[in-house]
Design a protein around this ligand. Structure first.
Ligand SMILES: [Cu+2]
Length: 193
């Protein structure tokens, strides 16, 4: 390849990547505290499973973090950091009761992995401590964000295109909105119970 063609190639790659993606941002209102926002299934697109294994801890008789969002295909390590035995189970993923699972009960310091191949909301419970409750939101795409406490969010580096964006909040009805990203996009949500 000639030097000139190489430089031309670099310029084209540079220009096209610069124009091809942007952030989706906005605000989720109507409910207090943190929400989760994600880009829903994109027809014909799949994404490689992330290599990182986030840890869902059970500490001080609480799931920590209380809400975790992961990409579909992610393996989550469930850890017990308490001096008592904890259990982890969920009775469904989204509305699919067949996706319910019991990971078992184990003592302090032990971890058990689970790979979430199905997208949806996973309500975590512990059958030793009925008051324990947590959530894993499995996003079908790598494009997701948690809001800050005021509801503001930013989903970074979403390729230009048209999407359905979903907002989730504990105890509220999900809401989805069409969003077009052209170097960036905006979507505000007002959720209710
Ligand atoms: Cu427990």
């Amino acid at each position: 390849m000639s030097y000139k063609r190489f430089i031309m190639g670099l310029l084209i790659v540079g220009l096209s990547t610069a124009a091809r993606a942007g952030d989706i941002e906005g605000k989720v209102g109507g409910m207090k505290g943190k929400s989760v926002v994600y880009v829903d299934v994109i027809a014909g697109k799949t994404f490689p499973a992330p290599k990182e294994h986030p840890v869902m801890d059970q500490k001080g008789l609480l799931f920590a973090p209380h809400i975790m969002i992961v990409q579909q295909g992610t393996t989550v390590e469930f850890l017990n950091s308490d001096n008592v035995q904890h259990n982890v189970f969920w009775s469904a993923i989204g509305t699919d009761k067949k996706a319910g699972h019991n990971l078992g009960t184990w003592p302090k310091g032990e971890k058990r992995p689970y790979t979430f191949d199905k997208a949806g909301v996973v309500p975590l419970l512990c059958n030793v401590h009925p008051e324990m409750e947590g959530y894993i939101i499995v996003s079908p795409t790598p494009y997701f964000a948690e809001t800050d406490d005021s509801g503001n969010y930013k989903i970074k580096d979403v390729p230009d295109g048209s999407y359905s964006v979903v907002a989730w909040h504990e105890g509220a009805k999900n809401q989805s909105k069409p969003v077009t990203v052209a170097g960036g996009g905006k979507a505000d949500f007002t959720l209710s119970k």
